[in-house]
Design a protein around this ligand. Structure first.
Ligand SMILES: C[S@@+](CC[C@H](N)C(=O)[O-])C[C@H]1O[C@@H](n2cnc3c(N)ncnc32)[C@H](O)[C@@H]1O
Length: 402
């Protein structure tokens, strides 16, 4: 996720500085009251993982369950598919490479946002071939499902019969591709504070009518995990704060379980563990987005702002083995897109129109420049039942860093 260009950043900052009013303010108050009640019901303290889960996904109230605009201009954040169709075109080329080897198959997209990536992928795969037999979307947000359907109905009505929305991962074994862009960062994380002689779990309590961070002694599982992490990246100073995602392994296993053969592609912002938990990153990696403004305050704009955390890609690599996959590639988003020949995609899409080419070049810069999305965002591939060099991962192999 990243804010738009400077002008949009300024406009967004001015807009978001205005007080919330009307339905949005009411929604936020309802979410806040709900969370206050949950904390009271839990005896006055909620672990942060639970708090984040409810703030994002509580039915009808959480950020992803409610009706906030979320993605793109007029929303809270933008993602690679929102920046440019080039992203989906490059992912389509990687999917086509896998599908050709398999002969046929289906695509499962997890967390499809506005539906743009699905549209871009299907449109490009229609030309590249083969089209997926089914394009499944596993989406928790009813509101986003509705928008995805509207987007695809308008963009590709003739392919809509291939798209199916799922409430849970497919039960029947299937071949093909599973992909997710910026979904791992939306999985709730636990927060800890490291001290020389103890570890604390950070949670949320109520002071007055405000939410506040509050610490409790960490349980055995958190103690063990923190000690392991500190051995990889420490020594940490007293008071070092960070996060980890306790549910990542089980969640990834569940969503990939029924793949018989094919590839899983994860795109997200994150780092290998040794860099993620460096001593200088002592305040953790929480990122909240509200109207294109970034903050690290998860208690603000409840129900209206996104809360996310950077992804520990070493944990995602461990999950590949736990899920029975081979770790087939890890690289930066810039190198993935270059490997998938984004330059060719630009020429094709521009079709000789110089102005259009210049616009596409600008979008490609946003996706690929190190200071934009190029390095912070990574691509990771898992393979099962398939031996295939993946072009997106051929230019730079960062697996040794995991
Ligand atoms: C940050 S948005 C990214 C959207 C889209 N992939 C993109 O790149 O524009 C996260 C998406 O994941 C969905 N999501 C979050 N947690 C999920 C989960 N556990 N299972 C399925 N979808 C989830 C959200 O509803 C949303 O569509």
């Amino acid at each position: 996720m990243m804010p738009h260009d400077d002008a949009e950043r300024r406009a967004a900052a001015e807009y978001s500085a205005a007080p919330e009013h009307g339905a949005a303010a009411e929604h936020s108050l309802r979410t806040r009251d709900f969370l206050l009640a949950q904390i009271n019901a839990a005896g006055g303290w909620l672990g942060f993982e639970r708090f984040m889960d409810l703030a994002l996904y509580a039915p009808g109230l959480g950020y992803y369950s409610g009706g906030a605009r979320k993605l793109g201009e007029g929303g809270d954040f933008t993602t690679a598919p929102e920046v440019s169709r080039l992203f989906g075109a490059c992912v389509a080329r990687q999917c086509a490479e896998v599908m050709r080897k398999l002969g046929a198959g289906s695509v499962l997209e997890i967390g499809a946002g506005s539906g743009r990536l699905a549209g871009d992928l299907l449109a490009r795969m229609e030309t590249l071939g083969p089209l997926p037999d089914s394009y499944w979307i596993l989406e928790v947000s009813a509101d986003l499902r509705r928008r995805q359907r509207e987007h695809l109905e308008e963009r590709l009505p003739h392919l809509l019969h291939r798209v199916h929305w799922l409430d849970r991962p497919p039960e029947e074994p299937f071949d093909g591709v599973i992909l997710a862009n910026e979904v791992l960062d939306a999985l709730p994380v636990a927060r800890f504070r490291w001290h020389l002689k103890k570890v604390e779990e950070l949670g949320v309590e109520i002071r007055g009518r405000e939410f506040a961070w509050a610490a409790r002694p960490a349980g055995d599982a958190m103690l063990r995990i923190c000690r392991d992490l500190s051995e990889v990246a420490g020594p940490w100073d007293d008071g070092y704060v960070s996060e980890y995602c306790p549910r990542l392994g089980a969640w990834a296993r569940a969503v990939t379980r029924s793949m018989r053969s094919g590839a899983v592609l994860w795109f997200d912002y994150g780092l290998p563990r040794a860099q993620y938990y460096l001593p200088e990153r002592h305040g953790g990696t929480l990122v909240c987005h509200f109207r294109h403004r970034l903050s690290d305050d998860p208690f603000a704009n409840l129900g209206l702002q996104d809360i996310s955390a950077w992804v520990d890609f070493t944990r995602v690599a461990e999950a590949s083995r736990e899920s029975g996959f081979e770790l087939a590639g890890f690289t930066t988003q810039a190198h993935f897109l270059a490997g998938m020949k984004i330059d060719e995609e630009m020429r094709l899409a521009a079709g000789g129109d110089e102005n259009h080419f210049a616009r596409l070049a600008n979008q490609a810069r946003q996706l690929m420049m190190p200071g934009e999305m190029g390095e912070r965002f990574k691509a990771m591939a898992w393979l099962r039942g398939l031996e295939l060099p993946l072009s997106g991962f051929a230019l730079l192999d960062l697996r040794h860093s995991l």
